[in-house]
Design a protein around this ligand. Structure first.
Ligand code: F7E
Length: 340
């Protein structure tokens, strides 16, 4: 039975990946941060076979300990402070976890494998935010980076240190440069879920107005369930490499609003949406579009659904949740302007 260790197990991708690997017969271990982390319960409910380990990407000994217990064949480093908007407010912590955390995990692997880093395969969750102020359209593995946020900068460090351990120590280490990927499990602070949840609440008369930042931003949005399969495929090749994972389709936040509000049955979104300058970012990534040809050719990977299907699925899930007798406790939106 192959064994896998996942950091960031409580996030959207961690849960999809754990389900996917469990379905392939893996014994899956998930690293849980903090004392009495409330999301550990959720993970255990969703993936009953999961084995939970306590550890933190800020704490090297805890990572070495987790590796000793899990004895993984594959490590998926998904743990991060992943909300770009927050990364300006907690820039040091973002650098510490999202950036230096990658180095700590690689060092823990070096200790655990006694220097033979080819023994355990390593996946680093890199991000299209590294492209930032884009140098070319679409972006591929050779496009230079110009990150625009503390988050993007931390991810660029994580990417390069992964490549460096591969080149320096012969690590089987891959950096997956994933473009935005969403699902009904997406946190409510990200724009897709904020809009699908908001549209559903407006349709049900539970809310009247949705406050947003830059609605002209363009993103290449895919389905998270498809993207975790690409992570696994990267670790099944003869040689490690870096891969862009994207749909190649770009949409604006306005397109997202059109689809979500129609699906929810509200129709026109304009009377319900207000732009709030407090939700604008100090430096924005205006447009992203990924070229995933390498992954399509070498991994045989391709996204399954399209953008409309994805957003409609998310609206339907939010409507179903909000009309249940016991809806999931209302997500706390950290971009709500009541947060000072
Ligand atoms: O913003 C604009 C916002 O926060 C998307 C993370 O998974 O993908 C994600 O990062 C766009 C931006 O995602 C609001 O300014 C407008 O242009 O959903 P987001 P993100 O920043 O693209 C990458 C690949 C990652 O790696 C990250 O971890 O939407 N936008 N109005 C808004 N965004 C938010 N959150 N809230 C708004 O009210």
């Amino acid at each position: 039975m192959p064994r896998a260790l996942i950091t960031g197990i409580t996030g959207q991708d961690g849960m999809y990946l754990a389900e996917f690997l469990a379905g392939k017969g893996y014994e899956v271990f998930g690293l849980i941060r903090g004392q009495n982390n409330p999301r550990a319960r959720l993970v255990a409910d969703v993936i009953p076979s999961i084995r939970l380990l306590s550890g933190d990407l800020r704490d090297l000994p805890s990572l070495v300990g987790a590796l000793e217990t899990a004895r993984p064949d594959e490590v998926y480093n998904l743990g991060a402070i992943s909300f770009v908007g927050m990364s300006w407010r907690q820039a040091e912590l973002t650098s510490e976890i999202t950036g230096l955390g990658v180095l700590r995990m690689l060092e823990a692997l070096r200790i655990h494998t006694q220097g033979d880093l080819s023994k355990v395969r390593f996946y680093q969750a890199s991000s299209s935010e590294m492209f930032g102020k884009v140098r070319e359209v679409p972006q591929n593995e050779d496009t230079p980076f110009h990150p625009r946020s503390p988050y993007g900068i931390a991810k660029a460090f994580g990417h390069y240190i992964t490549v460096n351990y591969r080149e320096s120590y012969g690590a089987y280490a891959c950096s997956g440069i994933l473009f935005n990927h969403e699902s009904p499990r997406r946190g409510p602070e990200f724009v897709t879920r904020k809009v699908t949840r908001g549209a559903a609440r407006i349709a049900l008369g539970q809310q009247d107005t949705l406050l947003l930042g830059n609605i002209d931003a363009c993103r290449d949005w895919g389905f998270a369930g498809d993207y975790v399969e690409a992570m696994w495929l990267m670790l099944q090749q003869d040689e490690p490499d870096d891969y862009v994972i994207a749909t190649g389709e770009t949409h604006t936040v306005r397109d997202l609003l059109d689809i979500a509000f129609h699906r929810a049955g509200v129709g026109d979104w304009e009377p319900h949406v207000r732009q709030d300058s407090r939700l604008l970012r100090p430096a924005e990534v205006d447009t992203l579009a990924g070229d995933s040809s390498r992954a399509r050719e070498r991994l045989g990977w391709k996204p399954r659904g399209n953008f409309r299907d994805l957003i409609e699925m998310m609206v339907d899930a939010d409507l179903a949740d909000l009309t249940r007798a016991d809806p999931a406790s209302d997500p706390t939106d950290r971009e709500d302007p009541r947060w000072a």
